[in-house]
Structure formats: structure tokens, C-alpha cells
Design a protein around this ligand. Structure first.
Ligand SMILES: [Fe+2]
Length: 294
């Protein structure tokens, strides 16, 4: 396994912004020793029935960064989300920063480029992003060292980003009582997800873990922060040493019962373009619906 440069002495400030429409949590991660910050997993608002896009959630992130007087260095996507649209380009236009995603985005672009019958003008080389992270790649946010950890399974391009003692797990894990994310999208795989989760659980027990989603199981309050130790003890899908075979059986049976996420059709088209809305031949923003294509 890759030897990751964990440094628990670095303790970033983490502010969470919950999006009620999609149960997504976006984060502003700030360096306490400088004016640098990063955003993890932003959200663009969409009224899909009306074909209308707005930016209230992204504007809240932008306002907070301006209020803090921070310099935005990175806009990180943990993966190509299927349940919400990224606001990365909108935020970049207002605040700068580099948009980064896992290098396996090329696989995702190839898969969904075919499903959405995108023409040759849709580049499948990841060039819509500023940075394609490989497993173990390091980067900085001010004085903080961060690294990306390759964690496929939910999708082929998933990465967990570890910034000091805080890890942004994307959709590898949910809160302990939520378990794990589905592994049945094109390119997903339950066994691969189990292996990726083990990489997260191999981080130090007191590493803070920040979720990308929470669905408040059992009607509790929305939560987004836990630790590696908590997940190892209590995660209902992988905790207490559940085996790979047990996980694959459970995950496969459960995924077979799940409906497609409400926003998967617009999300994939936008997010595989780093958050840019596709356009028709006249340059008008336009989304497609492949009938029986998913
Ligand atoms: Fe996801």
C-alpha cells in the first residue's frame, strides 16, 4: 500500500455548509497559520423540473471566504457526484483557485461521454480540470501539506483528501449509522469500495473524518463529522472487522433496491465537465436525457 505522508500535528479549521436539497455537505478548509483556504465539494442549486440553475449555496461559501479574508487556493472535487451539481467554475470565477479531481476522471468521461453521446468536442482527457490527482499526490494549502488517496469503488475516480488531521472522505463512508455509499454506478464495484474503505480505516484513530453526505438515519439530526476510531468500532457496514465477502453480499443486495438519484442525469453531464453546463451547437446551456441509457 502507498505510504501516505500523514501529519496529525496540522489541524485545519473546517467549516461545514449543509445543502438541504441534496443532503450534501460542502467544506471550507482553512490554514490557521496563513490566509489560505480550500473548498471541498461545492454545490450549484438546480430546479431540474424548471431547468433553472442558481447559486445560493455557492454564494454562501464565497461570502464566508470574503468575510474571513481568505485566499482560495483549491476547489476540490472528491469525485464526479451523481446527486448534485458542482459550482466549481462559478466559485473559481469569483475567487480563483485550482479545480482538482482524481486522474481516473478520464474513465468517467469515457463512460458517460458514450452514455450521453457527446461529440468529439467533449474532451475526455480531464483538461476541464486544473489538476488531476494521482494516488499519494501532495499539495499545499498555505503552510498545510495535504495529500490525495485513491479510493475507488463508489466511482472509478474517487479520492479521499487528507489535510493534516482532517480527511474528506467523499462517498467512501457515511457516518457510522449510515454505513457506506452505493457501488452500483457504471465503474463502481463493492469489493473495490471495501478495499478503499480499509485504506481510510488504516489512518490514525483520531483522524477527523468529514462526510460528503448525511441522510439522518432514524430521524436524528444531520451529522457530518466522526473519526477513524468511531467508524472502525461502529460503522454498520464495515465496523468491527466485517469481512469483504459480508460487505459485497450486503452492498450488492442493497444497491439492487435503490432508485437512481433524482439529479443523476444533470449531475453527470455537468460534473464530468468540472461543473460547466454543456452547450448546444449555438452555445446555449442545454442538458440531455438519454432514454433508457442509464
Ligand atoms: Fe457520490
Amino acid at each position: 500500500m502507498t505510504d501516505y505522508p500523514v501529519d496529525m500535528t496540522v489541524k485545519p479549521d473546517v467549516e461545514a455548509f449543509f445543502d438541504e436539497a441534496t443532503n450534501t455537505i460542502s467544506y471550507i478548509v482553512s490554514d490557521p497559520s496563513s490566509d489560505a483556504c480550500a473548498i471541498v465539494d461545492s454545490v450549484m442549486d438546480i430546479d431540474y423540473a424548471a431547468g433553472r440553475i442558481t447559486y445560493d449555496h455557492a454564494d454562501a461559501l464565497i461570502a464566508r471566504i470574503k468575510e474571513k479574508g481568505c485566499k482560495l487556493e483549491w476547489i476540490i472535487e472528491t469525485h464526479v457526484h451523481a446527486d448534485h451539481l458542482s459550482a466549481a467554475p462559478y466559485i473559481q470565477e469569483k475567487l480563483g483557485g485550482k479545480i482538482g479531481v482524481g486522474s481516473k476522471i478520464l474513465v468517467v468521461q469515457d463512460t458517460f461521454g458514450k452514455i450521453f453521446n457527446e461529440g468529439t468536442e467533449f474532451q475526455r482527457d480531464g483538461s476541464q480540470f486544473d489538476k488531476l490527482f494521482e494516488d499519494g499526490d501532495t499539495y499545499t494549502i498555505g503552510n498545510m501539506k495535504a495529500f490525495a488517496m485513491y479510493t475507488p469503488g463508489h466511482t472509478p475516480a474517487c479520492m479521499v483528501h487528507v489535510i493534516g488531521d482532517a480527511a474528506f472522505v467523499g462517498d467512501t463512508l457515511f457516518m457510522p449509522d449510515g454505513g457506506s455509499a452505493r457501488a452500483d454506478f457504471p465503474g463502481g464495484d463493492a469489493g473495490t469500495l471495501y478495499d478503499s474503505i480499509q485504506k481510510v480505516l488504516a489512518l490514525p484513530d483520531d483522524m477527523r473524518l468529514f462526510m460528503c453526505h448525511d441522510y439522518a438515519p432514524g430521524g436524528r439530526e444531520i451529522q457530518w463529522e466522526t473519526t477513524v476510531g468511531e467508524e472502525k468500532s461502529n460503522n454498520i457496514h464495515v465496523g468491527q472487522g466485517k469481512t469483504r465477502e459480508e460487505f459485497i453480499k450486503f452492498r450488492t443486495e442493497r444497491d439492487a433496491q435503490l432508485d437512481m438519484p433524482k439529479l443523476i442525469i444533470p449531475s453527470l453531464q455537468v460534473n464530468m465537465r468540472a461543473g460547466e453546463v454543456p452547450t448546444d451547437k449555438d452555445g446555449n446551456p442545454m442538458l440531455k436525457v438519454p432514454v433508457n441509457g442509464l
